[in-house]
Design a protein around this ligand. Structure first.
Ligand code: UD1
Ligand code: UDP
Length: 380
């Protein structure tokens, strides 16, 4: 069986590590994987570092689309992916998550009848102003095999009319939904010990034994609106008086800090000893930071889950989340870009550090489960 896997943005490259590892360890005699990197992310610290560190096979193709508006970027990717699908004639295309690379893969494949496997299916924010919400809805509704990472994802697909008890053969018009757990959980379990052993970021940043908050910000709804970005950074300045803040900066945020924050706020941020602004870190370094942080504050989907995997409280800098379970269990609080809600959430977790983190992301073997289903689908 031949799979064409599409990756492009940082979290997709990391997710692909889990599937490629499972293919190598358990399915190498039955599955050939052709990896296509769209080039959506291209800085070394947003792309290459993950290939080097996580033993992901080199991409067979790179479309080098780079950054552009949604329409232009998606169009360039769609054109490139269509040509490669025609050339490679795969049994399935594998798409992760909800980025423009996911959307391009879905549109290109569906129109020329290449069946789609969607990993991380069914997630919804119910906020169609998010580009990711459009991407994930389109991808789910073009897919043949849908793998949901959480119960909420499964329920969303049920509500949207996906059949639940259907038999094969599975097609775009008779799609099959499987609930399997989260592939990022596979990765976090696999790499946690390796991260502790192989990285020295905690020592290098002189964080040994010191409490710190790990923060990430990259959503366009936060970076592109000066009042929202300013509110987040004002809260970071307040928090830094109580606890150091470590903030690996996504390139989007690094650029927009300079245009969307006033000079005085920028000066306070760049001169504060207790706010450590650093370039994006590798995945192993990120895991090490998550393992040692006192609390995580983020608008990232991946990082809020990893906070949960590593049993840390999380302040979510968004009005809603697709990962509703982590809020329902009380381990994360939605604070949006609201200074007073952020400070209240911090105070809440200071007084009530969470202790119970029920298993809601599967058993750490989602990748093997998915590959098994993909193989048997071919047999049908
Ligand atoms: C994208 C995804 C988002 C995901 C995020 C993961 C879409 C619509 N958004 O957002 O869902 O959470 O990736 O990180 O697909 N840039 C660089 N170097 C790079 C990559 C980007 O400088 O290697 C800068 C460029 O100025 C670019 C901006 O970051 O315009 C945004 O990049 P883009 O890929 O369009 O969106 P992200 O915000 O990264
Ligand atoms: N990540 C990383 N280095 C960083 C920031 C994040 O390796 O400097 C990892 C993080 O651990 C998670 C993934 O990138 O696995 C999340 O990606 P991101 O926040 O860019 O996107 P999202 O998950 O919101 O789509």
């Amino acid at each position: 069986m031949k799979l064409v896997t599409i990756i492009g943005a940082r979290p997709q490259i990391i997710k692909a590590a889990a599937l490629s590892r499972a293919i190598k360890n358990h399915f190498s005699d039955r599955i050939q994987e052709v990896i296509v990197h769209t080039g959506q992310h291209y800085d070394d610290n947003m792309s290459q570092v993950f290939f080097d560190e996580l033993q992901i096979p080199r991409p067979d193709y790179n479309l080098h689309v780079g950054s552009a508006s949604h329409g232009v970027q998606t169009a360039r990717m769609t054109e490139g992916i269509e040509a490669l699908l025609i050339k490679e004639q795969p049994d399935f295309i594998v798409l992760y998550g909800d980025t423009n690379s996911t959307l391009a893969g879905a549109v290109a494949a569906a129109k020329i009848h290449v069946p789609i496997v969607h990993i991380e299916a069914g997630l919804r924010s119910f906020n169609k102003a998010m580009p990711e919400e459009i991407n994930r809805i389109v991808c789910d509704h073009c897919s043949t095999l849908l793998f949901t990472p959480t119960k909420a994802g499964l329920d969303n697909l049920k509500r949207e009319g996906f059949p639940m008890d259907n038999n094969g053969p599975f097609t775009i018009d008779n799609p099959k939904v499987y609930h399997c757990g989260d592939i990022m959980y596979d990765n976090s379990l696999h790499f946690a010990d390796i991260a502790e052993e192989k990285t020295d970021i905690i020592q290098r940043m002189e964080l040994v034994g010191k409490p710190f908050i790990l923060a990430t910000i990259h959503r366009d709804t936060n970076t592109d609106y000066p009042e929202r970005l300013s509110a987040i950074f004002r809260s970071i300045i307040k928090l830094s008086k109580e606890c150091q803040v470590v903030l690996p900066l996504h390139p989007r945020t690094a650029k927009l800090l300079k245009t969307n924050l006033d000079e005085d706020l920028q000066k306070q941020i760049f001169t504060c000893q207790d706010i450590k602004l650093i370039p994006p870190v590798s995945f192993l370094e990120m895991i090490a930071l998550e393992l040692h942080a006192q609390l995580v504050m983020t608008d990232s989907g991946g990082v809020q889950k990893e906070a949960y995997f590593f049993k840390k409280p999380c302040i979510i800098l968004r009005p809603e989340t697709e990962w509703v379970e982590i809020v329902q269990t009380g381990n994360a609080i939605l604070a949006d870009a609201d200074e007073s809600r952020i400070m209240e959430a911090w105070q809440h977790f200071q007084n009530n550090p969470p202790t119970a983190f029920p298993e809601i992301f599967g058993d750490g073997h989602a990748a093997e489960f998915m590959l098994d289903k993909i193989i048997s689908c071919k047999v049908l």
